[in-house]
Write a protein that binds this ligand. Structure first.
Ligand SMILES: C[S@@+](CC[C@H](N)C(=O)[O-])C[C@H]1O[C@@H](n2cnc3c(N)ncnc32)[C@H](O)[C@@H]1O
Length: 397
């Protein structure tokens, strides 16, 4: 396995990996470029963030004045195993000075230049916490974002910014959206296929962030994090990092990239010049839904007025002025097929035959020729059927 991925993290319930400072800074800069006052006067809550380990807290504390924040709140969950161990807020801080693993929160409404060195930085935050104990307090409950205590802080906040536990992503998103908050959070690209998540994308209540579009990202992990994957690194200070695939920012904050239209070619030109359409005389049509199959985002034709099925990575380039999202071809919650296959069978690569009911819930491409080396379906009212990978259904705006 070349990389650790989010589903591993999910199944292992090992949610302890920490976002790097520069990934946060780069993303936030995109929102500031679009609207320099996007954070001005706002209360930001980082609800899965031990302030002593989280770069989200570190970033907002450092930029508190520059962003003109009203208040910054960070809360730490009881399960966080590395508080009091490593990845400290202050790299040179001794272990005794750090918090214990008890759930706690930090609330800050101003960061004065306490050491009077002419700049406000993390040393001023350190002095602030040391000089006024009111800023750092124990939570009465366990710091779970769903607790009454943290939910009250959510209600007070204007914006939630964090990398939440991936195993609780759906619940976390619901927790934010039920309170109508602005948000910027990290999750797995696959989350968009969840039935709680996709409607938000479809209704333009949530979209992908500005800076992570492909490949993987590096996250810091505790010393005892199980490293199954080849994709890890230990730096010169002995800190461990893993690379995680499929990571994306999810947000309802606007940014410029979202309004940049994709340059497109006509159908005829794609068929003629685009390598990804090589060997095709025309775009495939689904057998059970009135739409064409578009195998890659850069093969979307400029001159097709109907519905098109495109890979979910299209969302990285989605511009609502150019396209509208009409469905998702992965379940009947998200699209309605116009045909039901009778007595469908699934044929595995080894030729074994199984119940194929799943084909009635996804898009299907019919083919005359028996597929070789591929899983396919058959039924009493079709020839051979191939389901494409997860597809978003779109049409021109
Ligand atoms: C993926 S880590 C990210 C940590 C931090 N937000 C960051 O990006 O560096 C998710 C964090 O959520 C915490 N967590 C797990 N379950 C939680 C819950 N129910 N409520 C709040 N936080 C939780 C974990 O302890 C972990 O530190």
């Amino acid at each position: 396995m070349a990389n650790t991925n989010l589903s591993n993290a999910k199944s292992a319930k090992n949610d302890e990996f920490y976002t790097q400072f520069y990934d946060i800074e780069k993303e936030i800069n995109a929102y500031l470029d679009y609207d320099p006052n996007v954070f001005a006067g706002k209360t930001i809550l980082c609800p899965c963030d031990d302030p002593y380990e989280s770069n989200f807290f570190k970033y907002f504390a450092l930029c508190f004045q520059e962003l003109k924040l009203k208040k910054l709140i960070a809360t730490c969950y009881k399960g966080s195993p590395i508080a009091n161990k490593q990845l400290s807020l202050f790299d040179d801080e001794s272990a005794e000075n750090k918090t214990t693993r008890n759930p706690h929160k930090i609330e800050i409404t101003e960061i004065p230049d306490l050491n009077q060195d002419g700049v406000v930085n993390l040393y001023d935050v350190q002095l602030l916490l040391a000089s006024d104990r009111n800023h750092l307090t124990r939570l009465q409950e366990d710091g779970d974002f769903r607790s009454e205590e943290v939910t009250k802080l959510r209600d007070e906040a204007d914006m939630i910014v964090t990398n939440p536990p991936f195993s609780l992503f759906r619940e976390f998103l619901t927790w934010i959206t039920e309170a109508n908050k602005e948000f910027l959070i990290i999750g797995n690209m696959n989350a968009i296929t969840y039935k709680e998540v996709f409607p938000l994308i479809k209704e333009n209540k949530m979209w992908m962030g500005a800076t992570i579009h492909s490949g993987d990202r590096e996250f810091a992990v505790p010393d005892d994090y199980p490293l199954y994957a080849a994709g890890y690194r230990i730096d010169e200070k002995g800190k461990k990092y893993i690379r995680i695939k499929g990571v994306r920012w999810f947000t309802n904050l606007d940014h410029g990239r979202r309004h940049r239209q994709l340059p497109l070619m006509t159908m005829a030109k794609n068929l003629r010049y685009n390598n990804k359409m090589k060997g095709k005389q025309s775009y495939d049509k689904y057998d059970n839904y009135d739409a064409i199959e578009v195998p890659a985002t850069d093969t979307i034709p400029s001159d097709y007025e109907g519905i098109m099925g495109v890979p979910i990575s299209f969302l990285d380039k989605y511009c609502p002025e150019q396209f509208q999202i009409v469905g998702l071809g992965n379940s009947r919650d998200n699209f309605t097929p116009n045909k039901d296959y009778i007595n469908p069978k699934k044929v595995l690569k080894d030729g074994s035959i199984h119940n194929g009911g799943a084909i009635n819930c996804v898009l299907a491409i019919e083919t005359e020729k028996k597929p070789i080396g591929e899983i396919y379906y058959t039924s009493e009212n079709s020839k051979f059927l191939l389901p494409p990978y997860a597809r978003i259904l779109i049409k021109k705006s």
